[in-house]
Design a protein around this ligand. Structure first.
Ligand code: SER
Length: 605
């Protein structure tokens, strides 16, 4: 039985039960800014599940394309995908548990002819606020399902809302207990790594969830409680890819007709086998399919919202293909990959693939360039004997270089990435995540990137750098310009010649020493003349008004006037230097005659 047969049988079965077939909506929601993609068939129906009257009536059925961005990292096993088709039927306050479970059973066992002995069901075991679902249990029993094929689970497994368990539901969100159906692939042995005994929700691959009846009857209130909705709804969802796998008793959805042609194309063009590179191939197959559908809906790779997700998918596709065979993953390969997707869905892609190819190749070319630039940087870091973990982290941070790709490239250069390097890399990643978090919260607070915490740290570090340069190179050094981004500081200053490595090290050490001393940063407003007389550095005097702000960086225990740095400046600055972390001078170069430029980064503590 093909996926097309299953889709048609499902729709006609429910139409036979007096359901109206409704048109699916686009993958990118049109009038819903709360979400980037349609991730379940119920999503466009929320107003009707809440009680609004649907023009097509109270019983609906359809097949909806879905995309789940939150599952990107899950892909890489026998059953997870970001893109899938969901078969759905709904009762908007009409029939409830009895009809739903009975029809579900009838469809699976009579229409799809799934062997009863391979089907298992799960039921909500109850929580402090919602009782055990005895009713569903009794219905399943009355349908002849043996006791040992019925499992009870709590809210983590048998509760469904768009945001997960009841505690995670935001105010206004709807959801309810659900009852799921699983298919058992008896040919797959249980993997004891996942526990002694296998059960329907065990992730070992023996069981596959093929359908889910959600009894949407609750809404989250602002006091945190769940209120019964005015109507009791049914929301059934069945993944078409998974049903196709079950019907054909194929335990891996990537071996069904909905993925096989893509998988074969990858293997043929990259000269590999599915067995050898299973995980990478699953990721490429899912992501390229999702990308092709997103592009068809008008999403373009970018750094924002849907475009960002598409960019991430495509970059993952390129990375995994590179890891299999860098040479063979050329533009011809990606073109043939797109064709293998569109061939599976002739109805969706009549004449549409041409534009898709262009978007994909442009994005891939861009990413290749980034990868090449990163590669040069990596070679330089290796030549300069830099800390490997840190160098790899910097590639990841500045070029979006995936760790596994860098490790491969190191390998090619005869260099081993050790556990110790991994620790450094992870440390860097952790602090980067924290830094970007503070940076973006700063952005939302003030609307300005340059008032974020990280930029403020860089700003104070610039003052320390300025004074350190003067201490090491002499007082002929003064600021000529400065530019700070979320990623680095850049500082231009007057100096006649290239700095020696020794001088660079001395400056870097001095800045880091002053950070370590955790000096206090204080601010005073005073007359310009007085400020300059007091020794405050200020080289753009013509720009200042009569009153200026002076920032001093000093050890609070020493007397005033003995500050390490004192500058006329508009701020903002950190309160104490200790929070800056550690800086590293990454470059010293000439800008023009008599002017040098330094770039520095905040690295690990
Ligand atoms: N909304 C439920 C799910 O996604 C059933 O359609 O599983």
């Amino acid at each position: 039985m093909t996926s097309k047969d299953i889709r048609e049988k499902y729709i006609s079965f429910f139409v036979g039960k007096r359901h109206k077939e409704i048109a699916p909506t686009k993958l990118v929601p049109e009038n819903d800014s709360s979400t980037l993609f349609i991730s379940s068939g119920m999503q466009p129906l929320i107003p009707y599940l809440l009680g609004e009257e649907h023009p097509a009536g109270k019983r609906l059925v359809n097949c909806q394309l879905c995309f789940r961005a939150e599952d990107i990292e899950e892909v890489g096993d026998n059953r997870h995908t970001t893109f899938f088709e969901m078969l759905g039927n709904w009762s908007l306050g009409d029939y409830f548990k009895e009809d739903q479970l009975e029809w579900c059973w009838e469809f699976l066992t009579k229409k799809l002819k799934l062997p009863k002995e391979k089907l298992y069901v799960s039921v909500f075991k109850g929580s402090s606020s919602v009782p055990k679902d005895i009713k569903s249990y009794e219905i399943w029993k009355s349908l002849g399902i043996p006791e040992d094929h019925v499992y009870f689970y709590g809210s983590d497994k048998n509760w469904w809302s768009r945001s997960g368990t009841p505690d995670k539901m935001p105010v206004g969100e709807i959801g309810g207990p659900d009852s799921e159906i699983f298919y058992e692939f008896t040919q797959v042995d249980h993997d004891s790594e996942y526990g002694e005994k296998c059960h329907p929700n065990c992730p070992c691959g023996r069981f596959l969830e093929i359908g889910n009846s959600v009894f949407i009857q609750f809404q989250k209130k602002d006091n945190g409680s769940l209120k019964e909705l005015s109507q009791k709804n049914v929301d059934f969802g069945g993944g078409l890819e998974r049903l196709t796998a079950a019907v054909n008793n194929t335990s891996d959805i990537f071996e069904t007709e909905l993925y096989k042609p893509i998988v074969e194309e990858i293997c043929e063009k990259l000269g590999t086998s599915y067995e050898k590179n299973k995980q990478y191939i699953q990721i490429i197959a899912d992501h390229i399919k999702a990308s092709v559908f997103l592009i068809k809906e008008g999403v373009m790779p970018s750094n924002k919202l849907q475009g960002y997700i598409l960019r991430r998918l495509l970059r993952r596709v390129v990375t995994k293909a590179f890891l299999i065979d860098k040479q063979k993953s050329d533009s011809k390969f990606f073109r043939s990959l797109i064709k293998s997707v569109t061939d599976i869905y002739p109805k969706h892609f009549e004449g549409n693939a041409v534009g898709t190819e262009e978007v994909v190749s442009l994005e891939i070319r861009k990413f290749r360039k980034t990868l090449e630039r990163g590669l040069k940087q990596l070679d330089k870091s290796i030549k300069d004997n830099e800390d490997l973990g840190l160098a790899v982290f910097n590639l990841f941070q500045s070029y979006g270089y995936p760790l596994e790709l860098t490790i491969e490239l190191l390998k090619e250069r005869g260099i081993k990435f050790t556990d110790l390097d991994m620790v450094q890399f992870e440390k860097g990643k952790k602090s980067h995540v924290e830094l970007s978090r503070t940076a973006s919260s700063g952005m939302f607070k003030g609307g300005l990137a340059d008032h974020s915490e990280i930029v403020t740290k860089y700003h104070t570090a610039t003052h320390l750098l300025h004074q350190s340069l003067r201490d090491v190179l002499g007082s002929s050094v003064f600021q000529k310009g400065s530019n700070i981004t979320l990623e680095r500081l850049r500082f231009d200053f007057s100096f006649e010649r290239k700095m020696t490595d020794e001088e660079i090290k001395q400056v870097e050490d001095l800045v880091n020493e002053k950070i370590k001393e955790d000096l206090t940063v204080t601010k005073e407003v005073m007359d310009k003349e007085k400020a300059l007389q007091s020794g405050a550095l200020g080289f753009f005097t013509e720009k200042y008004g009569d009153k200026v702000t002076v920032y001093s960086i000093a050890d609070p225990s020493t007397s005033s006037g003995s500050s390490f740095s004192r500058e006329i400046c508009g701020g903002p600055h950190v309160e104490r230097t200790g929070v800056i972390g550690k800086i590293k001078i990454t470059k010293e170069e000439s800008v023009s005659s008599g002017i040098r430029r330094i770039r520095a980064k905040i690295v690990l503590r």
